[in-house]
Design a protein around this ligand. Structure first.
Ligand code: ADP
Length: 340
């Protein structure tokens, strides 16, 4: 699918098959084309070129209502003057079900979402999480073939966001309905998705399971985008099968056979151990610039070979700011990227 707005190409080409029942998360920075993609699936935007199929049918020209998919928005449009039951019932507004059937559907939906005792309440008397569930209920009550979520959690505080992530994931496990979910938050992508689609500048960069994204990023962008804190990068050089970073060297199978020249060496903060020397690993000197004790572990901010990096020390170890420490990573924890 391609989307152009006049001369601006918002989506250059999305080529993807989503399996029935799959939970797919589109993730990428603001402006990369996620919402536009979702809105094309929903039928809220015309598709400039390409085909959208649902099942065996091409649905490009089909009205949103006829696609039998339901969208849950970020600013959940809940009507304050209506009760929870009425708000959920809006989802059945155009349905041909009779009144009793509608009531039964609303009750069943409310029960699935744990809202059964709140049906007569107005939104003002609900918590943020309950309101979010009402918005999901409105989508669910229609029994769609897929749910589309557009940044549904970005208005919620951190604690509620974490709670809703689990709720949406459990809901998916229970209902088994396909979900296409858009977010700029890689934690949401990692924690909820069966498959993650990383987008940048209107294109798909990489598609894979959360584990694949984390372990086999195809480039520096995905490598730094997925995982928190972000992967560290330091500049190194390869010469005749030996990797050098400042005055540290590593001769390992990983480096053998790679062409001579500059490389970007990536290592995740959790794999960069402070105060420990990994045998046969890449061991460097670093200067501590800040320390973040988290109890279970300590995140140590360092200057290593002129780069700002983050390493991890055991919780009980609090290196002093400005002190020099050893940082070390196993060869298996290193990612090598072309230096551009
Ligand atoms: P995301 O959801 O990843 O933040 P969007 O899909 O909203 O990104 O936008 C992708 C690109 O398309 C952006 O560059 C945005 O400015 C542009 N865009 C989105 N909607 C319109 C529109 N209605 N008219 C013109 N350009 C648009």
């Amino acid at each position: 699918m391609v989307k152009k707005y006049g001369k601006v190409t918002a989506v250059h080409g999305i080529d993807l098959t989503i399996a029935d029942g799959e939970f797919v998360v589109f993730v990428g920075p603001s402006g990369c084309g996620k919402s536009t993609t979702l809105r094309m699936i929903a039928g809220l935007e015309d598709i400039t070129a390409g085909e959208l199929r649902i099942g065996d049918e091409v649905v490009n020209e089909r009205e949103p209502k006829q696609r039998n998919i339901a969208m849950v928005f970020q600013n959940y449009a809940i009507y304050p003057h209506m009760t929870v039951g009425q708000n959920i019932g809006i989802g059945l507004y155009t349905s041909k079900l009779d009144a009793d059937e509608k009531r039964a559907r609303i009750a069943a939906t409310a029960a699935t979402l744990g809202l059964e005792d709140l049906l007569d309440r107005r939104p003002a008397a609900l918590s943020g999480g309950q309101r979010q569930r009402v918005a999901i209920g409105r989508a669910m009550v229609r029994d769609p073939v897929a749910f589309l979520f557009d940044e549904p959690l970005s208005n919620l505080d951190a604690q509620l966001r974490a709670q809703m992530r689990i709720e949406i994931k459990r809901l998916h496990q229970r209902l088994g309905t396909t979900i296409v979910y858009v977010t700029h938050d890689q934690v949401e992508a990692m924690t909820m998705a069966d498959r993650i689609v990383v987008m940048r500048d209107g294109r798909i960069l990489q598609v894979g399971t959360p584990t694949e994204m984390y372990e086999q990023p195809v480039d520096i962008f995905t490598a730094r985008f997925i995982g928190s804190p972000s992967m560290n990068l330091v500049t190194g050089t390869i010469k005749d099968g030996v990797l050098s970073v400042a005055d540290a060297t590593l001769a390992d199978a990983k480096v053998a056979g790679l062409p001579n020249g500059a490389v970007q060496v990536g290592v995740r903060p959790h794999d960069l151990l402070v105060g420990t020397e990994v045998s046969e690993g890449l061991t460097m000197k670093g200067q501590v610039t800040a320390v973040e004790p988290l109890g279970s572990e300590t995140l140590v901010h360092l200057d290593v070979a002129g780069a700002e990096v983050i390493g991890t020390a055991p919780g009980k170890l609090l290196p002093k700011v400005n002190s020099e420490v050893t940082v070390s990573a196993a060869p298996g924890a290193l990612y090598l990227f072309d230096a551009k």
